[in-house]
Design a protein around this ligand. Structure first.
Ligand SMILES: [Fe+2]
Ligand SMILES: [Fe+2]
Length: 335
């Protein structure tokens, strides 16, 4: 029986190490991706490279910059990043895996390719590399394990629970941005595509409320109170969520009236979108700079791990469809 000896592990990026929440911006799976990269480098002592297919409008250097910004280059030499542009081929073609081995001066049989994408994994194997599939979406990547905080400032507890909610707020900001744009288009008597309004209604009712609000209401706030955070200081969050839900419902009713041919509903849609935008612009900022850091400073490493685990269970398991809907809505509004 031969012993497998791997000197180099090549990783796929998107949906293997994190999700791309907007073009050119990678959000790592937390806390699993850093732990994974640290283990590869420090415990297994293998060289870590990247093999990535980039779209035609993203250059190799822009791809490397995205990896740097996400923190991946803390573990990967930028020269060990291989893109489809420089290889002149895309995964799952054998040429890109072979190009990667040549570039890093390693033999295919010494390498392992890891991705969540089954076809790419088979492609790597066909090119002579070892390969493994990584589950997507991450499931038990969020194992219950005490988590040390990062750097703390007056507006940042350094807790992972805070980081995760602030990342969700960045997604929320795009929903607010699309809403503001629709309201402005109505004011200017421009034609608003009803499909964009429909997407927005879907996101508010099936993403913002059931996932984001619920994480705050059912997990973070009760936990913060149990650790001594004054209950009275959480009232504004719950009240603003109630106000928000009224806007979401009013926006949905106006949308249904428009679908029913009732054009007078455009003004009701506009009024409620404007209300939602004004409310949530300040709501997210106040959570980021007041509630989340103050509560985060009361949490222990065990608390943080438990909250992150509960977040993962609360969902959504996979953010991809919601991000795709936001991107689709933005591009429809840009036409
Ligand atoms: Fe909130
Ligand atoms: Fe929030």
């Amino acid at each position: 029986m031969s012993t497998l000896s791997v000197s180099t592990v090549f990783l796929d990026v998107r949906d293997t190490l994190g999700y791309v929440d907007r073009p050119g911006h990678l959000v790592l799976f937390k806390p699993s991706t850093r732990q994974f990269l640290q283990s590869l480098k420090n415990d297994m002592k293998v060289r870590v490279g990247i093999i990535t297919n980039l779209p035609s409008n993203v250059s190799h250097d822009q791809g490397v910059a995205m990896l740097k910004e996400a923190g991946i280059l803390d573990y990967v030499n930028p020269d060990d990043v291989v893109s489809s542009h420089e290889a002149g081929a895309e995964k799952p073609a054998a040429a890109i895996y072979q190009y990667a081995c040549t570039k890093l001066k390693v033999k295919p049989e010494e390498c392992m390719y890891i991705s969540e994408n089954f076809i790419e994994v088979v492609g790597a194997q066909a090119a002579g590399l070892n390969s493994m599939i990584k589950p997507f979406p991450p499931s038990r990547d969020f194992l219950f394990k005490p988590l040390d905080p990062g750097t703390s400032t007056p507006v940042d507890s350094g807790r992972l629970a805070e980081v995760m909610m602030e990342e969700e707020h960045l997604v929320g900001k795009r929903i607010v941005g699309a809403s503001a744009k629709i309201a402005a288009m109505i004011s200017e008597n421009k034609t608003v595509p009803l499909t964009a309004v429909g997407n927005l209604v879907y996101l508010l009712q099936n993403f913002v409320n059931p996932y984001h609000h619920m994480k705050e209401e059912k997990i973070l706030i009760p936990f913060a109170i149990s650790r001594g955070y004054p209950k009275a200081k959480t009232a504004w969050i719950l009240l603003e969520h109630d106000q928000g839900r009224c806007y979401f419902n009013a926006i949905e009713i106006a949308y249904n009236r428009l679908l029913n041919g009732d054009t007078i509903a455009w003004s009701d849609l506009k009024i409620n979108l404007e209300g939602f935008v004004a409310l949530y612009k300040q709501h997210g900022g106040r959570e980021d700079n007041e509630f989340l850091p103050e509560a985060g400073k009361l949490f222990s490493p065990q608390d943080d791990a438990l909250i992150v685990d509960l977040f993962a269970k609360a969902g959504p398991g996979d953010l991809t469809p919601y991000l795709a809907l936001i991107a689709q809505t933005e591009s429809e509004l840009d036409k």
